[in-house]
Design a protein. Structure first.
Length: 381
């Protein structure tokens, strides 16, 4: 199947109503494996450039930027290749553990995980960006493009969200009616006793969710909610969101809380699953969100081209490729008529987001201590 014909199949499958979303995800997974694109009528958007994007290796190209990420690099390659094709700037991708990277940087050895200094960070969670900011390893991003496309706090913001995803509810449609699901706190009620699965409280996303509830409900009521979650568990806390979805799919529990990107990825690979998604808090504050974000390292050797990459990722082509392949949603409005916006953001994925999620900003030590105390008192491990 040619690049254009595969795109036309995707356009046909993904342009329907919500009832067709499983077919869309199945086709999306197939096209991702084929290296197909979500762009139509733009020549040379994602074919590999004459000098491919490299992982953990230097190129002879004189224009090179070093990008460190905690994401699966396969999710970033289509966007990086398109950037190189359009600009001629080579991208070298490094897989890192950001927590370790920050510790090493504070010990004056930031490049221990990479073969050269890092120019750009592309990170899966905002908490890592705020931690990098607190560790003083980022430099100010001075750009007119990024605040206009993505919003922000003036010219000297240290990092920008590039795409986003929600933390929301999932359920087994064979055992739960979607109308039964309202918000996160409702999962603490008695009707879910022995039916709930949760991922580890050590995941930043779950800590952010608890912080979100503290903001709106106060510490005491949030403590009661988290204790109710623990009382309703069908099995011990699971390692991660993928394990939660798998358990629900296998009938080991009926409901759970996961990242929407993890759910979409799971369904793309398991189209016959009975698991469905319900957007939480749609009648009041909105669904908690997080972002894939980008920043320029303080030790960058090529900050100008690093900024060029961040600005390109905020533009229509970059937003389309990043969000499509990472199973997330664009933060900027895509207006290019050659891009199939429904393939990137089907109607069923539209929801009211809560932009006051705690980890989208730096949180205080006191707030972290409150979250930790609630987790410990509730026995949520």
């Amino acid at each position: 199947m040619t690049q254009r014909s595969s795109w036309m199949v995707l356009k046909k499958v993904c342009s329907g109503a919500k009832a067709h979303w499983f077919n869309c995800l199945r086709q999306k997974a197939r096209l991702v494996l084929m290296g197909a694109v979500v762009l139509s009528g733009i020549s040379g958007c994602t074919p590999a450039p004459s000098e491919p994007v490299e992982e953990d290796g230097m190129s002879l190209n004189t224009e090179v930027i070093s990008v460190a990420t905690d994401m699966d690099t396969a999710l970033l390659l289509p966007a990086m290749r398109a950037f190189t094709e359009e600009t001629g700037i080579q991208v070298v991708l490094h897989s890192i553990d950001m927590h370790s990277f920050i510790r090493n940087a504070q010990a004056d050895n930031p490049s221990i995980q990479t073969s050269e200094p890092v120019d750009v960070f592309l990170l899966y969670q905002s908490v890592l960006l705020t931690q990098a900011e607190d560790a003083d390893i980022l430099q100010a991003v001075s750009s007119e493009v990024l605040p206009e496309r993505l919003g922000g706090q003036g010219e000297d913001k240290l990092w920008y969200g590039l795409s986003y995803y929600g933390r929301t509810l999932v359920y087994n449609q064979q055992r739960v009616n979607e109308a039964e699901l309202f918000n996160y706190a409702d999962l603490s009620s008695d009707k879910w006793r022995g039916r709930l699965c949760l991922s580890s409280s050590q995941l930043p996303a779950n800590q952010a969710l608890i912080g979100h509830m503290i903001n709106y409900r106060g510490e005491q009521k949030t403590q009661e909610v988290v204790a109710g979650w623990v009382a309703n568990l069908a099995q011990p806390v699971l390692a991660d969101d993928m394990a939660v979805i798998t358990a629900i799919s296998h009938g080991q529990c009926d409901v759970g809380i996961v990242g929407s990107d993890v759910f979409i990825h799971y369904v793309a690979e398991n189209p016959k699953t009975p698991v469905r998604l319900a957007w939480a808090n749609q009648i009041n504050n909105g669904t908690v969100i997080d972002v894939i974000g980008g920043a320029i390292s303080k030790e960058a050797l090529n900050p100008d081209d690093g900024l060029r990459l961040l600005e390109w990722l905020s533009e229509d082509t970059g937003q389309a490729l990043l969000s499509f392949y990472s199973y997330t949603f664009p933060l900027a409005s895509i207006t290019d008529p050659n891009i199939n916006r429904l393939a990137i953001r089907p109607e069923w994925t539209k929801f009211q987001a809560d932009n006051n999620t705690p980890y989208l900003k730096s949180i205080s030590d006191d707030e972290r201590a409150e979250i930790k105390e609630i987790i410990e008192q509730a026995g949520y491990l």
